[in-house]
Ligand binder design. Sequence first.
Ligand code: 13P
Length: 252
Amino acid sequence: MSRKLFIAGNWKMNTSAADAVALAEALVSSIGLVEAVDLAVCPPFVYLSPVGEALRGSKITLGAQDVFYEDKGAFTGEVSTDMLIDVGARYVIVGHSERRHVIGETDETINRKLRKALEGGLAPIFCVGELLEQREASETLEVVTRQVKIGLEGVSQADVTGVTIAYEPVWAIGTGLTATPDQAQEVHAMIRELLTGMYDRSVAEKVRIQYGGSVKPTNAAELLEAPDIDGALVGGASLKASDFAQIVKAGM
Ligand code: 13P
């Protein structure tokens, strides 16, 4: 297996400008030269530029938390792929559970955003995951299958290897509940099988599938050891430089 682990921090709607820069600087001093693992941080839009400045010269890549599916024009409040590229972002999260379940984004909207990100030269971190009631009703695989299929509709074999899929069970996000390595591995393996059917085995082997949901220094190593878990998308623990650095080290 040649997939390089990819650990990304999603700062969500947190930090001030000063906090964001201080956090980025602390990460640069602790893990800024790590090459064994790919790294990214995704600050709020308004802090992308100063965080990008702070990351300059390090191996930590800049990502955004969302993007719009149109190029330009009368879309008040939205941000385009070109704007993100312009300020130095290389990754973008699409379909995060909070955008699905708090803001109300649909699979179809997420598919448009994902295709636009690829077209614009951004690498999408495409999130999927089931709600607690869906897991309890044994609908997890069905829900995730639908999200992956619609989210990747129209994405070519050449492009899909540039997509990172993040499996984030909604019940594990920000709750302190973490999927066990077996629970996560089951869904990751299912996603890989699905990709094999949609594309082929060699493509499915190249796509990175991250786990997200209460990843912490104490549980990162056992999760990252699972064969189909190719990294982590970290929320809360990415706001503390020492915790994020420990998670990264657990993956090395
Ligand atoms: P937590 O790590 O805070 O559970 O958040 C996970 C997440 O949503 C990352 O995108």
